[in-house]
Design a binder for this molecule. Structure first.
Ligand code: A3P
Length: 288
């Protein structure tokens, strides 16, 4: 049942205990996502919102399409590497489009493993699990809420929604504890936003090896340049400036792209809160 509140001004519903916005998907669509059948040449990015998904989508697309930046410009990133669970009103859902797609399917999801675990086990789909530090992810999510959901609360109120595990797609730590369990599968790798920032070319190389693509150093360089923060901020195919669902006066989708921006927002109490959660949930995976 769709409801509305100041936390979700555009309406939301709860599915398997997790809040979702009703502008983006529906209960029936989420149930359809559980029926997805993966193919061996599929590629899936699994990420919590605001961890650099668009960045990785563009990299994956270019790696799988021989660094063809001209072809990339022909359509939006969300059409080239769509979100499995998206079902916008009046449009065909991604899950239906994927069924009809005869070519290699590149896609991403913010859903939990319960939707896909058996299929990941049973197929040779390649899964890239993306992680970004919690502080920067939350700051990015806060700005995204203002851009995309007409949320008008301040940072401290947003942090409370996080503390109550009521953010859309649920809790950051629950999400990672769930997905990191699958890291021992041979077809799942982990990439970190912070590593991609530091070792951009090496990350593209690693990605291409994992995806079974042999790219020349020139092609790697083309991908690095096309996926730089500045290039993506000015690229209409990635910057979402034409997305009618966003309130563009609130800022830009490709916003700041830095590591450590959280320090400009978190107070001492919030910093300690996150530090404890990092230690409890990410340290066992050597990710704190
Ligand atoms: P900030 O809000 O911190 O700037 P997602 O695609 O999962 O929604 O993640 C969005 C975040 O990734 C935003 O973070 C955005 O600026 C950042 N991002 C997008 N493209 C990037 C790039 N080429 N380099 C670095 N960060 C990028």
């Amino acid at each position: 049942q769709v409801q509305s509140s100041q936390w979700y001004p555009d309406g939301y519903f709860i599915y398997d205990g997790i809040p979702y916005t009703s502008t983006m998907c529906s209960v029936s669509n989420l149930s359809a996502c559980k029926e997805i059948q993966f193919r061996d040449d599929d590629v899936l990015i699994a990420s919590y919102p605001k961890t650099g998904t668009t960045w990785l989508q563009e990299m994956v697309y270019l790696v799988c399409n021989d660094a063809n930046t001209e072809k990339a410009k022909e359509s939006m990133i969300g059409d080239r590497v769509p979100c499995i669970e998206h079902a916008f009103q009046g449009k065909q859902s991604t899950i239906n489009k994927l069924k009809d797609n005869k070519q290699q399917r590149l896609m991403f999801t913010h859903l939990r493993t319960s939707f896909f675990e058996q299929e990941i086990k049973q197929s040779n789909i390649k899964v890239i699990l993306l992680i970004r530090n919690a502080g920067d992810t939350l700051i990015s999510y806060y700005h995204f809420y203002k851009l995309a959901t007409r949320y008008s609360g301040d940072w401290n109120s947003f942090f409370e929604i996080f503390q109550k595990k009521q953010l859309v797609y649920g809790d950051y730590y629950d999400w990672y504890v769930d997905w990191l369990r699958l890291l021992h599968f041979p077809n799942v790798i982990l990439m970190r936003y912070e590593d991609i920032k530091r070792y951009h070319a090496a990350s593209v190389e690693m990605l291409s090896r994992f995806l079974g693509k042999t790219l020349s150093s020139n092609e790697i360089q083309i991908i690095v340049e096309a996926t730089s923060f500045t290039a993506m901020k000015h690229n209409p195919g990635t910057n979402q400036k034409q997305n009618p669902m966003f309130d563009h006066q609130q800022g830009e989708f490709i916003r700041k792209g830095e590591v450590g921006d959280w320090k400009n927002y978190f107070n001492e109490e919030q910093t300690i809160y996150i530090k404890h959660l990092d230690e409890e949930f990410l340290k066992p995976f050597e990710l704190e």
